[in-house]
Unconditional design. Structure first.
Length: 368
């Protein structure tokens, strides 16, 4: 069996690594010659707009999926006319536009932060009056890891915010006073079967995910599963989906969803009975879904900017290292570490050991 993957970054790489034991051959369509997934499977290095590449790709694989949500939708539309594409195009299109996404959440009864569409500087001033400050101005499309955003803390920031982002379609979101950030990884098969991973409790730094702790007995689990189930059903979804949430006064408020495997689920590789990557493959290939229970007490730490010494990491028990083979660069995710333990206390002790090896330079702009 061959599966086509649009994108060849670390998510594609980990999908490929999960595919090989199942005798599934990954084929990555990735324009970048240095794609870190190319060591795992066949690499079609061509622009997404290349019609000949599209034809070759469609002939070479049985099913198509994608590792990032900013893939051009016309490419997926063309592929979907030739072979099965999962997750479905409708899910991708919703996730690509923050305003459309918010409207879908409202339709499904999923609470969000207050928001307003912004198409002009006057719209922005009106939205600030409506939502109050502070607020965050975001591009409706193409924003990720804190990019395409501007925090407006006073009316004096409005002109600068518009000057920075005003060339794009925008949305203003009110700040949410949350107690923590969580996410749920969900998976739905072609037969409609669903499974959910334990909630991940997430900490971000500089707009980039830093750590994720799996919470097997979280009080918000059923609440999050209800929201994720509604999304999966509404979108007739197939594959893995991540729903990012804020906890606010004992309730959950949706931030966004990603129609793909997700950074906050990387702990599932060593920390779950079946990783999110394997379950995504099982779903899109029409195979039975795997168990999602935790193995021990897992957590994930992103390595951003620079890599700590491998030898030092490997001295810590039950630490699993993933270096992505990417050049070190400020604010770039270049690897992650999964920590596993036999208790929460032991997990926190091991996380502290890992963090000692990660200097602040890993999450701050440095000379590359």
């Amino acid at each position: 069996m061959k599966i086509g993957v649009l994108g060849g970054g670390q998510l594609g790489r980990m999908l490929g690594m999960a595919a090989l034991p199942l005798a599934i051959e990954p084929v990555f369509w990735e324009p970048e010659a240095s794609a870190c997934a190319q060591l795992i499977g066949e690499h079609l290095c061509a622009p997404y707009e290349d019609a000949k590449a599209l034809a070759l790709f469609a002939q070479d694989v049985e099913v198509c999926t994608y590792e990032f949500e900013n893939v051009p939708s016309p490419v997926l539309t063309a592929l979907a006319a030739k072979l099965p594409v999962y997750p479905p195009l409708a899910a991708l299109e919703v996730s690509q536009d923050r305003l459309t996404e918010k409207k879908l959440f409202a339709k499904l009864g999923i609470r969000t932060a207050p928001y307003a569409s912004v198409d002009s500087e006057q719209d922005l001033r009106d939205a600030v009056s409506q939502l109050g400050l502070p607020a965050i101005l975001k591009t409706r499309r193409l924003g990720y890891d804190g990019k395409g955003q501007f925090v407006i803390r006073s009316e004096a920031d409005i002109a600068a915010a518009w000057g920075t982002l005003g060339s794009a379609a925008l949305i203003l979101e009110g700040f949410v006073k949350f107690s923590r950030e969580v996410s749920i990884i969900a998976v739905r098969g072609q037969d409609g079967a669903t499974a959910f991973y334990p909630l991940s409790e997430n900490i971000h730094r500089d707009g980039i995910l830093f750590t994720s702790h799996a919470r097997s007995d979280d009080a918000m689990q059923a609440y999050a599963e209800k929201f994720a189930s509604a999304l999966l059903a509404e979108l007739n979804y197939v594959g893995v989906l991540c729903l990012e949430l804020f906890e606010v006064n004992g309730e959950l408020v949706a931030n966004e969803f990603a129609p793909r495997v997700h950074n906050s689920g990387h702990w599932t590789i060593e920390g779950s009975e079946t990783s999110q990557f394997e379950n995504h493959l099982r779903a899109v290939m029409g195979l039975p879904l795997g168990e999602t229970a935790c193995v021990g007490f897992p957590a994930m730490i992103n390595l951003v900017g620079r890599l700590p010494p491998l030898e030092s990491l490997l001295t810590i028990p039950q630490v699993h290292v993933h270096f992505y083979g990417k050049a070190e660069k400020p604010f770039r995710k270049v690897g992650h570490v999964t920590v596993r333990a036999d208790s929460e206390v032991q997990r926190e002790q091991r996380i502290v050991e890992v963090l000692k090896l990660i200097s602040d330079k890993n999450i701050q702009e440095t000379q590359s």
